[in-house]
Every structure is written in structure tokens, then in C-alpha cells.
Ligand binder design. Sequence first.
Ligand SMILES: *Cc1c(COP(=O)(O)O)cnc(C)c1O
Length: 475
Amino acid sequence: MTADSGFPASVASELTKLSNLTADYRARDAAHHMHPFSDMKALNAEGSRVIVRGEGAWIWDSDGNRILDGMAGLWCVNIGHGRKEIAEAIQRQMAELSYYNAFFKTTHPPAIALAETLARLTPPQFNHVFFVNSGSEANDTVIRMVRHYWATRGKPEKSVLIARHNAYHGSTMGGGSLGGMKPIHEQGGLPIPGIHHIAQPYWFGEGGDTTPEEFGIIAARALETAIEEIGEDKIGAFVAEPIQGAGGVIIPPSTYWPEIARILKDRDILLVADEVITGFGRTGNWFGSETFGIEADLMPIAKGLSSGYLPIGGVMVSDKVADVIIGEGGDFNHGFTYSAHPLAAAAALENLRIIENEKLVERVRDDIGPYLQKKWLALGDHPLVGEARMTGLMGALELVPNKPSRALAFPDTGKVGTIARDFSFRNGLVMRAVRDSLILSPPLTLTHEEADHLIAVASKTLDDTHAEVKRLGLA
Ligand SMILES: *Cc1c(COP(=O)(O)O)cnc(C)c1O
């Protein structure tokens, strides 16, 4: 920033201070901090954005820019940033008991209260929870619990878990294996044995000439085919997200989940609904399972459980599974030092109290959900958008070179998505790019005014991206 930048001297000097501060943060970050899922060499050359503050649906970077957080952090900050009630709840618990474990015949009040609250809020078959610290740990726990369940029932050979291509279940050895993401499998010798992946219900990308309804049936029947090939006597569980999140907000056709239910109805195979994103109001019900009529036996949860204020996750265990694991299973040799951490449990309890008190689930179903959906779906008219979709407050825009055809994608998949994502950030809205689509998952507290602003920025972002795509000769 120079003296002739056009700003009054006092403002220019403030901006210079900020840009020096940002440069300092970036240099130290590049020197020592390895980011998740990042090419560090490329990132260090470009420089990270330094986020310094959050309030409601907004975040601020170290240059003083205010940005609308269209991803609720990483799909988790359901109640919005900076809630004092959570800080106070954590502080109260900290003063009482900051840590104790539940390994050796001990427990503590926040764990008890949170387990009881979750039994009340989750679908009726769930009355027990196994606490962990993340969605990845929840899915690792699922793998071990499914296999322990069948071993306890005298069928240890039912050890195969079926999941889907392009699913995301975390990035630990277990979660990364269960997930169907090639870039994850390519590193570290994944997947572990006993995981089988089938087709995903991604009509826009893979549905060819079928209707969405036809494709929902076809994709579901991939499960039936896999069961017939592998053998029901070898399969322990089918694991799926109600809506694939990280895979690109893939909302299954209406026929998909009913067909899955039909296939599993007379078969002795557990159903696991990974609700790490779709839980806690995201789809307009407490759980995505309710939105899609899924009756799961196990349900991994995390993210919105604490709105990200502290790390905590869990696996909800149905009575059917709990009767075996608790009733006959003996020791379950699994757990984490911080399972049911009292501070994280206190944060989660307060978060759930806020979601209930402020009726955020009803708000997504009846108010802000329909309000934003209407405007979001209208973005589908933009010449760059092949499909706009949204359920609850989870949406995607598929960018295509040759509207209305879905058949042709941009060359060099991901390039246009990244261009759009970067425009969006610069325009003041965090969206995420998955392949050549833009993903949205804002806080459930989003106001109508913020929704209007979000749509205006998204619309400008599409225009900017469209101009750039033309300039590059990609459309
Ligand atoms: C984020 C996510 C996970 C992994 O959660 P972490 O807390 O990052 O380990 C698992 N499943 C789904 C569906 C997710 O979106």
C-alpha cells in the first residue's frame, strides 16, 4: 500500500499495517504449518487466507475483509460463529471438571446428559451412543462395531462393508477406506481389506439418458448385485451418507432410498447412515434419515453435534445392535482418551439446547430453507449452470460448458470449479468447489437479508466465471 493509493493517510497506514500483518502470518504459516488436503508447495507460493474472527454467518480475514461463510466452516457451524452461550458453557464445565475419562468404570455428568439428549433427539431406534472426537473416528468405530456385532452373533465371516464410490467417511485408515475417494485410496495403501464400493446415485454426472427416478433404482440395485456376487453371508453392513456431502452434495433421486430399503428388508445386513453432515437440522429435519425415510442400525454423527465449537463425534447405536454388543459382546476393546470429553460434551449440549430453543430445524424446514432454495434453484437459469439443487440448506451448482447438455464436461476437471470458488471468495462468499461444481452449506441461522446477499454474490460469481471461461476458450 503506497501513499498514493487513494485512501486518506490514516486509512492507508491502517491498511499497510494489516497487509504487513498478513504477510507475516503467511510466512510463518508457510514455514511450519502443513494443511489438510493441500498441496503445500502450491499453497505456500499463493499464501493462505488468514481468518481471524467469526460472528454469526460471517468471518473476517486478516486484511479486514468480511466474508459470508457459505460453508458454515466445514459443514459444521450450524448455529453460527461466536456464540457467547457456548463459551460460557465450556467455561462453567472447565471450572467444575475439565477432563476425566470413561474407560475404567467412571463417567461424568456432561457425558450422561449428552447421551440422554441424543437418545431423545435421534430416531426412536437409537438409545445408545459411543462417543469419539471426529467423523473419521466415528466411521472407524462403525467398522469395528459392525464386525464385533457379527462375531458376537457367531457370524464372524460377515465382515465385508459395502460403501459407495465418491463417498466421504473421513480420512483415517478406516474412514478413508470406507469412503470411495480415489485420491485418498492412492496414498497410504488404502482401502483396508473387506471394503467393497458400489455406484453412487449421482444422476447429473452418471445418469446418462435415464430419468432421475429410473437412475435412482439402477444405482440402488448396484447394492443388490453386489450382495448377490459377494454373498449375504459375507456382508456385515451397507454404509452411506443420506446426501453425499464432500462428494458434491449429491442428492439421491426420490426412488433411491426406498429401493435400498426394499433390498435390505429381508436380508440380514446392517444399514449405517453417515449423518456427520446431514445431522442436526441440515436437511430440514433433525436427521437426514428422517428426510429420506431411512431406518438405520448405526448412525455416525459429528460436525453439527457441537457446531464445531469443540471436536466431538459419536456413533448412535440402535437397540438391535446394542442388545448384542451390550447384552452378549463382553468388552468392546475400542475407545479414545478423549471419548466424551467433558468440555466437548458441554459445548455439544449447549449447542443442542440452542438448536432446540431457536427452533433452527423448523426454521430450515419452513422458513430459511424454502426461502434460499427458491433463489438458489433460480440460479439454474444461468448459462453456466447445468443443474442447481438444494435440500434443506445443502446445495450445489453444476457448471457446464454446453448448456443444456449434461453429457459434455469441461476439460481438465476441477479447473473451472476452482476458478469459480476463487471468484466467490474474492467477491465475499465462501463456497467450496467439488469437480466443476460449487457447493453451499451455510449456518442454519442465516437471515433472509444474508440469503439475498448470498444469492447476489453467487450470481456475480457465475457471471465472473462465465466471462473467464469464455476468455480461456473453454465454452
Ligand atoms: C466430514 C465427514 C466425515 C469425517 O469427519 P472428520 O471430523 O473430518 O473426521 C465423515 N463422514 C462424513 C459424511 C463427513 O462429511
